[in-house]
Structure formats: C-alpha cells, structure tokens
Write a new protein. Structure first.
Length: 297
C-alpha cells in the first residue's frame, strides 16, 4: 500500500489539535470539492485523500495508531498482540492483503486470501494456536446506508456476517475461531476484517455528517427563490432566503449517514451556498447593473 502522509495532505503538523484538524479539513474540502472543480481527475483524487486523512486524524484512537504504525495503522491491534505473544521458540506465519474489490465474489476472495497455514503457540507443552487471518474488505460509501448480510467462505466453511449500517472507514471486526487451525488440539486463530470505505459520492464526509457546496445565481441570492439539490436519499427542494450571502450554510437534519449501531439515527446534511457572479453580460444587463450602481446598493 502506498504511504500517504495525512498531515501533509491537510497541510498541518503532527502537533495539530483537534480544532486545527477540523479547520484544515473544511478549508481543503471546500478548495478541492468536485462541484467546484468539475472533470478534474487530479482534484478528485486529492479530495478523496482529504476525506481519508480526516477520517483518521479526527479520531484520536486512529490517529495514535497512524502515528505509530504509518500505513499499517489499521493492523495496530494485531501487531501489539503479536509482540506480547511472541517467544523465541515460536514460528510465525504471515498473511497480508492489499485490498478488496467491491462486488468481487466473496468465496474466491477469502479462499485465495487464506489458502495457507501458519501457527503460533497458545501455551508451552506442544499446543499451538492457529494463525490469525487479516483481510481488507472494500465497500462504497453508499453500501453503508443499510445493514448488509454476507456469507463468506473460509477454508471450505461458510461464515455469515452482518455488516451494520454506518460502518466507518478503517473499522475492524473480529470473528472468533475462523483463522488458521490449531496444532495438537490448540485453538483456532481469529479472522480480522478491516473495512475500507470508498467515498463514491460528491459529498464530503465527517463522521455521520455530509457536506455539499451548491452554486446559486446572483439573482436568487438577492431576491430569494427555490432550488433543488441531490442528497443520498433523493432530491430535496430548498427555499433560499432573500439577501443570502456567499458562504451561507444551511442544515438538513437527519439527511446524513446512518449512525453506527444506533438504529434510526442519522447525521445531518450541510449545504454551503456559493453565489455565482455573472462574468458575461450583454449590453442590457450591463445597463441594469449600472442603474443599480447609481443607487449605491
């Protein structure tokens, strides 16, 4: 996996506070938002990195793991357990996986992933605990809107798991006893699945809240009017108040993402208005603006 310096992405130092991170994220998200940079592949890539960096650095626990383990921070818990369990006379196998692919057949995915062995000692005296398996499962952000059930095949055994709505990027779940088999009646290892959530929307994400910038005509900002915007749950009509200024933010309560393991609770959807200034005016329009200018508006 290519290492990405999340601090550099947000333009902050490792000494940045939570408030610094939040401020930097919002500034960068606005600058590189796809709505303001249409058809720009590099900007879109940068925008995704910004969201990824915020997902990690805004969470104190994830940030601590990232600072210590870098690109391997998602497996920090497993590394710590291996350090504690390791003994000179023990032999360790190792499994790595670079990433999943949304829509890929789960049976093939896990059979290819866990085709080998590898053991570690559960106690002295000949019993060996099976190797823990680690996998990364990629989902689109829109896949997290509802709870999903998936059947995985690991070493010819079917495992039915539930993926709760609102699961977060980098979150890891443990399935007991579904790692490598033990030796000499030792216990089986465990299976760890880390979720890689790809933001396949045009919205910026901060936990369960979503953010969107929406351009509105100058006339609508001055006189007021109605606009229609897209949300994850469909189109929504908004009433723009007369005299709306550039950067005005409105909140659509409950239109964000579902909250993890909090049934029927959702984040909010924030819309920031970007007032579009006309740059190409005909003679009649210029004359109207000249008249307005004379009124000292």
């Amino acid at each position: 996996m290519e290492f990405i310096d999340y601090y550099k992405v947000l333009g902050i130092t490792k000494k940045a506070t939570e408030a610094d991170i939040k401020k930097a994220y919002r500034k960068m998200a606005r600058k590189y938002h796809p709505d303001l940079n249409p058809n720009d592949a590099e900007t879109e890539k940068k925008f995704k990195q910004i969201n990824e960096a915020n997902e990690v650095l805004s969470d104190p626990e994830k940030r601590k793991k990232y600072d210590q383990y870098g690109k391997d921070w998602q497996h920090a818990d497993e590394f710590e357990k291996q350090k504690k369990a390791r003994r000179p006379d023990r032999d360790f196998g190792r499994y790595t996986h670079s990433g999943g692919q949304s829509g890929k057949d789960f049976s093939d995915f896990f059979e290819n992933m866990f085709g080998g062995g590898g053991y570690r000692s559960s106690q002295r005296g000949g019993r060996f605990r099976g190797q823990d398996f680690n996998a990364e499962l990629q989902l689109n952000l829109t896949d997290t809107l509802t709870t999903q059930k998936q059947t995985l095949t690991v070493n010819n055994k079917n495992i039915r798991i539930t993926i709760p709505a609102g699961v977060k990027h980098g979150q890891t779940i443990k399935i007991f006893g579904h790692g490598g088999p033990g030796a000499n009646n030792g216990p089986s290892g465990d299976l760890y699945i880390t979720f890689n959530i790809k933001n396949n929307t045009s919205f910026a994400r901060e936990n369960a809240d979503l953010f969107k910038s929406e351009e509105i005509p100058l006339t609508t900002a001055v006189l007021g009017g109605k606009i229609t915007i897209d949300t994850l749950s469909g189109k929504v009509k908004l009433k723009v108040k007369p005299g709306t200024t550039n950067g005005t933010k409105v909140k659509l309560k409950g239109k964000g993402l579902p909250k993890y393991k909090k049934e029927s609770q959702f984040g909010d959807f924030y819309v920031t208005y970007i007032v579009k200034i006309p740059t190409q005016l005909n003679d009649q329009q210029k004359e109207l603006f000249q008249q307005l200018k004379q009124t000292n508006l």
